[in-house]
Design a protein around this ligand. Structure first.
Ligand SMILES: Nc1ncnc2c1ncn2[C@@H]1O[C@H](COP(=O)(O)OP(=O)(O)OP(=O)(O)O)[C@@H](O)[C@H]1O
Ligand SMILES: [Mg+2]
Length: 332
């Protein structure tokens, strides 16, 4: 029997109440519900890297924050190494939080500017009571060396403002590795960085994943970066996964009109695309409505009556080829 997945996410939902803009308000109605994560399900194997891609506001970071316990979902299930995490025993949740670490887009936001690098990197170990004071220097040096900040003893006592963006992201990665997690979540780790240092961070993450046999959820706007980093790719749109499958299948034979549009507009993938159809988005894409119909229908050039039908189940993922799932009434 195949090994059970490291992580299984099932039907996870998160709704936020947001104040309406002045122009959107109707009488007596100042708030709207934003379905930031809407019925998201996927599994992640040990050692696997899953990419989550999609446009701004589609729910990528909320999904990541739910997975590391920073946002509480309204409903759903998260099973890690066979144990349910949501609403479960505090000890299981604490153990889970050590195993799952995150690297955010902007290291400025969460690396304490008043702490020295040595203390930043060892903080997760201190919080978890896993380190003696006299071991801090050796452990921080080892981790700094591991993420390519050499010679490590020159970095130990520095502050984050003394580093470049790429170096700060390396510190964030070292900190995330301190507890030797089984799953690393990287939420657009290079999007704030200079183009010249992005490849260095991507290659570092790839080699660390291989070396430590970690799994990774890699979040990005860019399908080409996902293609470089990931084994499988999940495409999100308005809080939902609308396509998920092996990297090569999603990139070379995308099925959902939205994925086709993403592939089409990505310059770095032009060589791989055989079709020359146009999948222009022509509708309203920033409204988050919920219903049984397809969430992409308002902006889709392929839409017809079936796509707006509540009963067609066109939002459900259907397996179109082995391990390739698509939520589109026209793709199966
Ligand atoms: N704390 C919050 N309160 C209210 N709304 C929120 C909150 N966090 C996220 N949202 C809303 O949820 C939706 C999804 O946001 P999220 O940050 O997950 O998107 P994203 O895909 O990560 O976007 P980006 O690519 O810009 O980082 C957006 O409409 C956002 O405005
Ligand atoms: Mg985000």
């Amino acid at each position: 029997m195949a090994d059970a997945p490291l992580l299984t996410v099932a039907k996870v939902r998160k709704t936020f109440r947001q104040k309406l803009r002045w122009s959107e308000r109707k009488l007596g109605d100042d708030y709207k519900n934003v379905f930031a994560v809407d019925d998201v399900s996927f599994a992640l194997e040990r050692g696997e890297t899953l990419g989550i891609i999609g446009e701004s506001g589609c729910g990528k970071s909320t999904t990541a924050r739910i997975l590391v316990g920073l946002v509480r979902p309204d409903s759903g299930s998260i099973i890690f190494q066979g144990k349910e995490i949501l609403g479960n025993r505090a000890s299981d949740v604490a153990a889970y939080r050590k195993e799952v670490q995150i690297v955010f887009q902007d290291p400025y936001e969460y690396l304490n500017p008043r702490m020295r690098l040595k203390d930043i990197i060892c903080e997760p170990l201190v919080i978890n009571g896993n380190i003696q004071d006299n071991r801090k220097t050796a452990i921080a040096e080892e981790l700094l060396d591991h993420v390519g900040l050499n010679p490590p003893n020159e970095y130990l006592n520095r502050f984050t403002h003394e580093l470049s963006g790429g170096q700060r992201q390396r510190v964030a990665i070292a900190r995330a590795l301190a507890l030797r997690p089984k799953l690393l979540i990287a939420d657009e780790p290079t999007s704030m960085l200079d183009v010249s240092v992005r490849a260095g961070i991507l290659n570092l993450l790839r080699s660390l994943i291989l070396e430590h046999r970690m799994s990774m959820i890699f979040i990005t706007h860019d399908i080409a970066t996902a293609g470089y980093m990931c084994d499988r790719i999940a495409v999100m749109y308005k809080g939902r996964i609308i396509e998920i499958g092996k990297r090569d299948e999603v990139i070379n034979t995308p099925q959902h009109p939205y994925t086709k549009a993403l592939v089409q507009v990505c310059d770095n993938l032009q060589g791989f695309i055989s079709e020359r159809e146009h999948y222009i988005l022509d509708g309203e894409v920033d409204s988050f409505e919920q219903g049984g119909h397809c969430c992409f229908a308002p902006g889709c050039v392929c839409r017809d009556g079936e796509c707006h039908c509540q009963d067609q189940g066109s939002q459900e993922l259907i397996e179109v080829s082995p391990e390739h799932f698509v939520a589109c009434a026209h793709c199966h």
